[in-house]
Design a protein around this ligand. Structure first.
Ligand code: FES
Length: 124
């Protein structure tokens, strides 16, 4: 059995910013090649800053906790600052993930990058 720390369990049981954002300025989508799970990140952007963010996932508990943490870390950041966040940052902010679950933290970050890409593409 895998051991999850209290921070991970808290973000899994009480995910922050979960749900579809109907009036999002951009949506990012990412699927995991490892497990086939899916993730969506919704962004509300003003003056190049992420003023609101939410997520949905057909993913495991570690994916839910990771995405919850992604949304917490990027809220209020500029798009460039948000792009610098890595899956290692997410794992560290969660206080660690069991090794077989580290790939789950990549999903949220990739979906975030995809959302920022889509936002910039649509504004060109
Ligand atoms: Fe698929 Fe975690 S096992 S995201």
């Amino acid at each position: 059995m895998l051991n999850y720390n209290d921070v991970v369990l808290d973000h899994f049981r009480n995910p922050r910013n979960m749900g579809k954002m109907e009036d999002a300025d951009a949506v990012g989508e990412q699927g995991s090649a490892v497990c086939g799970d899916m993730m969506w990140i919704y962004l509300k952007v003003k003056d190049d800053k992420i003023i609101d963010v939410s997520f949905e996932t057909f993913g495991c508990g570690a994916a839910i906790a990771s995405s919850s943490m992604v949304t917490e870390l990027v809220k209020g950041k500029t798009l460039d600052e948000a792009l610098k966040i890595t899956s290692d940052d997410i794992v560290n902010a969660l206080g660690g993930l069991p090794e077989p679950k580290v790939h789950c933290s990549v999903l949220g970050v990739d979906a975030l990058h995809n959302a920022i890409e889509n936002y910039r593409k649509n504004r060109r």
